[in-house]
Every structure is written in structure tokens, then in C-alpha cells.
Design a protein around this ligand. Structure first.
Ligand SMILES: Cc1cc2nc3c(=O)[nH]c(=O)nc-3n(C[C@H](O)[C@H](O)[C@H](O)COP(=O)(O)OP(=O)(O)OC[C@H]3O[C@@H](n4cnc5c(N)ncnc54)[C@H](O)[C@@H]3O)c2cc1C
Ligand code: FES
Length: 276
């Protein structure tokens, strides 16, 4: 069992937990993730390692409450325990040879982008960051990003906090002024697709973190397959980070939609059964 040491809400739909997991904390690196089960009957879900403390033996996770498992997770409190907590999984973020990067986070994707920005900054890499949210209420990790970045731009769709506009607007301005070795973009699939379109114009290599459906997280089930550079890749073992200019985003989004449609169909069938 994996004890929850701390829990807090970062906004009305995003929670943060510090979990006691010394063996994972010993090996964890930025860019990796864990798979957890809340209880023995629960589903396995992947969440990024948002932070780790090797001395304390803890892993921090940040989760958006979107469905059954994240709701069940959020019902737990400090002092409760998780049934399974497996990791670290996936490949760490590659940082070798980088001198200046721009990190872009969108929504809860900021929880995945922050350890990357922090890890790079700690290695002496110049990090400029752009984060985007729909509105002020949904803003998370602002201070943490500010601390990890030389230049920091916060965008909201409605202008209720930071600047009004999209992350692509702020990134374009940064690309006009600076030369980057790499852009790292993490957020909704459609955001990453448009960031890649923009960085292609400027010829800047772009890394994205892909989050397709994952089941086993060890390359066995094929659930997380993607097409990258015309080849089939598994996000859990080959990623989750890939060269964004090679990712087939349209196919990845289509696969995501199929899952949503299936999910909705199952819910409707369930509702009908309950009503009868
Ligand atoms: C490598 C990776 C890292 C991730 N890191 C984070 C993170 O740090 N914070 C965060 O909030 N979310 C993260 N996610 C997404 C997170 O796994 C889903 O939000 C979660 O599984 C939803 O489960 P649910 O039962 O609450 O919702 P459901 O109602 O089951 O699903 C809601 C949506 O979540 C996604 N989802 C559901 N099950 C899975 C699954 N097994 N694998 C992947 N996606 C799924 C689907 O898009 C689905 O439509 C990550 C996903 C991946 C693949
Ligand atoms: S989650 Fe099964 S192959 Fe990646």
C-alpha cells in the first residue's frame, strides 16, 4: 500500500497528492510517469511524476478530475493509501546538449511540463516558459513556473489573468526574439499540433508528450500506439516524449475520439439498463 502524505486542491478540478513511494523516488526522473490503482477493483490510470523527493522517499502527482478513477482518487485524503503505484515508467526527458529552450504548457499539461522546466533549469539550461489556461479559475503552478523560468508568459483565453490570447501567440513572439535549441510542448493534443505547425515555420525542433490510452504501460497491450515518422510507436515504452514534427496528430486524435465515443456508448447502455 502507498500512503498519501499530503493532499491539496490547486483549482476546483485539479488536485495534488504527495505519495510515500521510496523505491520510485530513488529512480524517478523528469518526463516519467506512474500507473496507479485506487483500490483492488479499480482501473489502472497513468499520471506523470510531477515532482519527487529522494530524501523523503515521496512522489508528487497532479491530477485533473475527469472521470471515475480520478474522482475516486480525489475522494481519498492524507492518511489513506493507494492499492498500486507502479513506476517510474517511460523515458526521462532528454536534456543533453541543450542551452536554451522554450517550455509550453496547456491546462493540466502544465503538471507534466513543470518537472521538465524545473529539471532543465536545475541543469543550467536557459528556460523560457509559456503557460495557457481557459480562465483565471483554472490557473495552476504559476509561481513554480515563474521560479523555473527566465522569461515567463501566462495566457488566458478570456484575459482574466495574465495576457489575453493563446499560447501560440506568446510562443510566436518568443520565437521572433530568441533562438531556441528546442521547444517542449505539453497539453491538449490540438494545442501540441498547432505548436508544432508554428515551430516548423521557424525550423525549431519540438518535443511533445503524448498521452493516449494506456493499459499495461509496459509495451504489451498496444493500447497506446501512435504513428511517428511513419512507424508504429508505443507511447509507454518508446515515449511518452516524441519529435512533434513527426507525430501523426490527426490519427492520434481520431483514436482518442473513438475511445470517447465507445465510453459514451457504454454509459448510455448502462443508463438504459438502470432505467429498465
Ligand atoms: C503518460 C500519461 C501521463 C498522464 N499524466 C497526467 C497527469 O499528470 N495529470 C492528469 O490529470 N492526467 C494525466 N494523464 C491523463 C490521465 O491518465 C487520465 O485523465 C485518466 O486516466 C482519466 O481517468 P478517469 O477514470 O478519471 O476518467 P475516464 O472517464 O475513464 O476518462 C476520461 C478521459 O481520460 C483519458 N483516459 C482514461 N483512461 C485512460 C488511461 N488508462 N490512459 C490514458 N488516458 C486515459 C481519456 O482521454 C478519457 O476520455 C496522463 C496520461 C498519460 C498517458
Ligand atoms: S500501454 Fe500497453 S503498450 Fe503501451
Amino acid at each position: 500500500m502507498y500512503r498519501i502524505l499530503e493532499k491539496q486542491h490547486l483549482n476546483p478540478t485539479v488536485g495534488k497528492m504527495v505519495i510515500e513511494a521510496p523505491l520510485i523516488a530513488k529512480k524517478a526522473k523528469a518526463g516519467q510517469f506512474i500507473i496507479l490503482r485506487v483500490d483492488e477493483k479499480g482501473e489502472r490510470i497513468p499520471l506523470t511524476i510531477a515532482d519527487y523527493d529522494r530524501a523523503r522517499g515521496t512522489i508528487t502527482i497532479i491530477y485533473q478530475i475527469v472521470g471515475a478513477t480520478t474522482m475516486a482518487l480525489d475522494r481519498l485524503e492524507a492518511g489513506d493509501a493507494l492499492c498500486d503505484f507502479l513506476g517510474p515508467l517511460g523515458n526521462p526527458t532528454k536534456m543533453e546538449g541543450l542551452k536554451r529552450v522554450a517550455v509550453v504548457g496547456g491546462g493540466v499539461g502544465c503538471a507534466i511540463a513543470l518537472p521538465v522546466a524545473k529539471g532543465m533549469s536545475e541543469k543550467g539550461i536557459h528556460v523560457d516558459s509559456v503557460v495557457g489556461f481557459r480562465n483565471r479559475e483554472l490557473v495552476i503552478l504559476e509561481e513554480e513556473f515563474r521560479q523555473a523560468s527566465k522569461e515567463f508568459r501566462l495566457m488566458t483565453d478570456d484575459g482574466s489573468h495574465g495576457e489575453k490570447g493563446l499560447v501560440t501567440d506568446a510562443l510566436r513572439a518568443l520565437l521572433e526574439q530568441n533562438t531556441y535549441d528546442e521547444v517542449i510542448a505539453i497539453g491538449p493534443m490540438v494545442m501540441m499540433k498547432f505548436i508544432c505547425k508554428l515551430t516548423k515555420e521557424y525550423g525549431v525542433k519540438t518535443i511533445v508528450s503524448m498521452n493516449p490510452i494506456m493499459i499495461d504501460g509496459t509495451g504489451m497491450c498496444g493500447g497506446c500506439r501512435l504513428t511517428v515518422g511513419g512507424e508504429t510507436k508505443f507511447a509507454c515504452v518508446d515515449g511518452p516524449e516524441f519529435d512533434g514534427h513527426l507525430v501523426d496528430f490527426d490519427q492520434a486524435m481520431e483514436r482518442g475520439r473513438t475511445y470517447h465515443a465507445f465510453e459514451e456508448q457504454q454509459c448510455n447502455l448502462f443508463r438504459k439498463e438502470v432505467e429498465q
